[in-house]
Design a protein around this ligand. Structure first.
Ligand code: UD1
Ligand code: CA
Length: 482
C-alpha cells in the first residue's frame, strides 16, 4: 500500500461535559448552522474519505448516539472522563483490527475546522513521511491551550498543558489544536499513556513523546487561521461559530452567481442547493433538502424548508414553505403558508394569507387571497375565490376533495370534504357545498336572500335618542325619511 492511498480511520472525541453551555442538551449536540456540532465532525471525516469513524461518547452518550444513528459511525463509550488519552484508547478499541490505517483525531466541538484544511494536513503528513503530525496554531496569547515545545533545532519535542507549564512555556504562542494524524503504531503506543501529571489525567498529548521515544518522525502542521479550531464552549461561542459558517456559505453562493444584497441577514444551511441568478432578499432562511433553480427570487423574511422551487418562481415577502414543490414561473405570497405535500404546477398564483397542505394544484390555478386548501386536488386554471375553505376535517378523520379544471369557485365558499367538483363547474359565492357538483353545472348552496322594506327606519327610529348622540349621519337620514 502506498503512502497516498493508505486508509484513514477517524476517532472523534465527544465524551466531555461542556458545563459552560449551561444546558441539559449535551454540548456536542448544540446545533451550528442546522447540524449538531458533532455531526459537523462526522461530515468532515466523511469528506476526507474516512474508512471507519468512531465517536467516543460519555456525557449524554445515549442522546449523542441517537442523534448520529444511521450515519454509519460506530460508538465507543467512555464511562468516566479520565482524559483525552483515555478517551482515545476507548475509540481505538472500537476500530476493527485491520492493520495499516492512519488515525486522525478530531473533537466533537470544533465545527469550524474545514475538510480542506485537514486535506492539507494529510498531504503534508504523507509527503514528509511523518509518523505523527500535530495540527497547531499560533495566537499572541494561547492561554488555556497546550503549548508546542520545540528543541534547539526547531523540532517538535513535546506538548505541555497549561496547568503543567512553566512561566517560560506559557509564553509560547504556538498551541496544540488537539487534532493529530498518526500511523498505525498509535494502537500500541496509546496504551503506554499514564496519568502521572498535575491533572491526574491521561493526556493524549503524551503520545507525541511516545512516538519520539520510538525514534519516529514527529511533525507539526500550522493552521493559517487559528480560528478554525476555536471550540464552541458556551452560547456566545456557538453564535460566533454560527456566523462564521453562515458567512462561508453565503459567500460560496455569491461566488456561484447568487445575488444576496444583505448576506449578513440571510441563513442558508449547507444542504441547500441554489442556482444561478437567484435573488435572496434580506432575512431569508433556507433549510434542509431545499433546491432553488435558476432565476428564482425569494422575498424578504421568507422561510423555505425541504422544498423545490423551479425556474423563475417568485416567492414574495414573509412566506413560509415546508415540503412544497413549486412549478416554474409560479408566484407565491406575500404572507403565504405552503405546508408539506403541496405541489404546484407551472404559473400557479398563490396570494396573501393562503394556506395549503397536501394540495396538488395544476398549472395556472389561482388562489389570490385568504384560503385554506387542505387534502385537495385542483385542476388546471381553476380560480379559487377569496375566503375559500376546503373543510377537510370532520373532527375525527381527514377527507380528500377533488376539484376539476377550469372551475370558478366564488368567494367565501366552503367545500365540505369529501367532495368532487367537475370540470368547468361554477360555484356561487358564499356556498357551503355538501353535495358534489357535476361537470359544467352551477351550484348555489346558501340561504335565499330576502329584503325587508323599511326595516332600518323602524329599527333605528325606535332608538332615536341614542342615534342622535352616537350616529349623527344616521339621525339625519332618519329625518329625511319623514
Ligand atoms: C486538550 C489538549 C490541549 C489542547 C486542547 C485543544 C490534552 C491533554 N490537552 O485540552 O493540549 O490545546 O485540547 O482544545 O489532550 N474528551 C473526552 N474524554 C475525556 C476528556 C476529553 O472525550 O475524558 C473530549 C472532550 O469532549 C473534547 C476533547 O476531548 O471534545 C478535548 O477535551 P478538553 O477537556 O476540552 O481538552 P483540554 O484538556 O482542555
Ligand atoms: Ca478544551
Amino acid at each position: 500500500m502506498t503512502e497516498q492511498n493508505r486508509p484513514l480511520d477517524v476517532v472523534i472525541l465527544a465524551a466531555g461535559q461542556g458545563t459552560r453551555m449551561k444546558s441539559s442538551l449535551p454540548k456536542v449536540l448544540h446545533p451550528v448552522a442546522g447540524r449538531p456540532m458533532v455531526a459537523w465532525a462526522v461530515k468532515t471525516a466523511r469528506d476526507l474519505g474516512a474508512r471507519q469513524v468512531v465517536v467516543v461518547t460519555g456525557h449524554g452518550a445515549e442522546q449523542v448516539e441517537a442523534a448520529l444513528r444511521g450515519t454509519g459511525v460506530v460508538f465507543a463509550r467512555q464511562a468516566q472522563q479520565l482524559g483525552t488519552g483515555h478517551a482515545f484508547l476507548q475509540g481505538l478499541g472500537a476500530l476493527d483490527a485491520q492493520a495499516g490505517a492512519d488515525v486522525l483525531v478530531l473533537y466533537g466541538d470544533t465545527p469550524l475546522l474545514r475538510p480542506e484544511t485537514l486535506r492539507e494536513l494529510l498531504d503534508d503528513h504523507r509527503a514528509r513521511g511523518s509518523a505523527f503530525t500535530v495540527l497547531t496554531g499560533e495566537l499572541p496569547d494561547a492561554t488555556g491551550y497546550g503549548r508546542i515545545i520545540r528543541d534547539a533545532h526547531g523540532r517538535v519535542e513535546r506538548i505541555v498543558e497549561q496547568k503543567d507549564a512553566t512561566a517560560e512555556e506559557r509564553a509560547v504562542q504556538e498551541f496544540n489544536s488537539g487534532v493529530y494524524l498518526m500511523d498505525a503504531r498509535a494502537r500500541d503506543l496509546a496504551r503506554r499513556i499514564t496519568n502521572d501529571n498535575a491533572g491526574g489525567e491521561y493526556y493524549l498529548t503524551d503520545l507525541l513523546g511516545l512516538y519520539r521515544a520510538e525514534g519516529a518522525d514527529v511533525q507539526a502542521f500550522k493552521l493559517a487561521d487559528p480560528g478554525e479550531v476555536m471550540g464552541a464552549n458556551d452560547r456566545s461561542g456557538l453564535a460566533d461559530a454560527e456566523s462564521i459558517i453562515r458567512r462561508r456559505i453565503t459567500q460560496a453562493h455569491m461566488r456561484a452567481g447568487v445575488t444576496i444584497p444583505m448576506p449578513e441577514t440571510v441563513y442558508i444551511e449547507d444542504t441547500v442547493q441554489v442556482g444561478r441568478d437567484v435573488t435572496l432578499e434580506p432575512g431569508v432562511i433556507l433549510r434542509g433538502q431545499t433546491r432553488i433553480d435558476e432565476g428564482v427570487t425569494v422575498g424578504a423574511y421568507s422561510v423555505v424548508t425541504d422544498s423545490v422551487l423551479e425556474r423563475s418562481v417568485k416567492i414574495k415577502a414573509h412566506s413560509v414553505l415546508e415540503g412544497a414543490q413549486i412549478g416554474a414561473g409560479s408566484d407565491v405570497g406575500p404572507f403565504a403558508r405552503l405546508r408539506p405535500g403541496t405541489t404546484l404546477g407551472e404559473q400557479v398564483h398563490i396570494g396573501n394569507f393562503v394556506e395549503t397542505k397536501n394540495a396538488q394544484l395544476a398549472s395556472g390555478v389561482k388562489a389570490g387571497h385568504l384560503a385554506y386548501l387542505g387534502d385537495v386536488t385542483i385542476g388546471a386554471e381553476t380560480n379559487v375565490g377569496a375566503g375559500t375553505i376546503v373543510a377537510n376535517f370532520d373532527g375525527v378523520n381527514k377527507h380528500r376533495t377533488q376539484i376539476g379544471a377550469g372551475v370558478f369557485i366564488g368567494s367565501n365558499s366552503t367545500l365540505i370534504a369529501p367532495r368532487a367538483v367537475g370540470d368547468a363547474a361554477f360555484i356561487a359565492a358564499g356556498s357551503a357545498l355538501h353535495d358534489d357538483v357535476p361537470e359544467g353545472a352551477m351550484a348555489v348552496a346558501r340561504g335565499k336572500q330576502r329584503n325587508i322594506e323599511g326595516w332600518s327606519r323602524r329599527y333605528w327610529g325606535g332608538l332615536r335618542e341614542k342615534v342622535q348622540v352616537k350616529l349623527p349621519w344616521l339621525a339625519g337620514w332618519l329625518d329625511r325619511q319623514r
